[in-house]
Design a protein around this ligand. Sequence first.
Ligand code: CAA
Length: 287
Amino acid sequence: MTVEIKRVAVVGAGNMGHQISICCALAGLETSCIDVSPEQLQKAESFMKKYLPERVAKGKLSEESARQAEARLRFLDSLEEGVREADFVIEAVTEKLDLKKELFRRLDQLCPPHTILATNSSFFVSSLLAPETGRPALVCNMHFFNPALVMKCVEVVKGPHTAEETAKAAMDLALKMGKKPVLLHKEIYGFLVNRILRRIMDEALFLLDTGVASAEDIDSAVVNALGHPMGPFTLMDLTGIDLSYHIAMERYRETGDPADKPSPAVVEKYVRGEWGRKKGRGFYNYG
Ligand code: CAA
């Protein structure tokens, strides 16, 4: 049975979740943005209150659309309240498998039986989460890119448990948000984009770690020779060096190959808490 998606809950108001929530609200969906941290919710709401008027001032959004989007978006600390009536949940919490498993167990209990449960994880496939629920056919990956308000691509990944209608609903939802979704017919570590990006990141880190060139010059070369919008180190600062660390650790846990361990430069930044823009310092200093 296909249910029209009208209400969406985004769990996690961090780097990805707050922007995914705004995408949903702008697409005309009643949206709950849920987080356990009052500070994170406050930050997300402040961002929305600044972002929408800026879009209006730039002439990219009508005042009426901005007003309606704001009215459609609720920031909540109660999971129960936020997902009670949701047709579709997008999980965007920290990349910790135990946390996600526990959350999927709770979502399964709290959501109506028809609700689709999608994870925005960058690397955990949904078959790790589907068995925690009594609705595996309604579980899939729906992976957005940073900054989610700007990047058009969304990867929808079908697991062996995912029903065709579930993948279609996720694709349709992404289209409704004005995205250009792509469908992966089977699960694979890193999906499409992060597999390709990994080659670039690994090579950039190798060149930095071996002292061949500075982060600034590697970035400059990638931007000015390859035409990428930003270099790999600027991009890692944007997406979060903690995420780069966790992705490499997860890869290493899976393969046991020491070559898959996070690079020395990433470990150093991770340990120092210099995780990129969100911490004010990463490969670059953001004052
Ligand atoms: N949030 C929301 N909007 C943003 C933004 C942000 N953080 N940063 C920029 N924008 C918007 C601006 O408002 C502007 O919008 P309009 O053109 O509609 O006015 C537009 O993006 C361009 O911004 P700027 O002119 O300020 O800067 P730019 O041209 O350098 O673009 C960028 C910034 C969009 C981030 C661009 O540099 C870019 O595309 N970088 C590559 C990003 C990328 O590769 N993302 C994928 C990361 S991998 C990932 O996410 C996978 C994962 O699993 C983590």
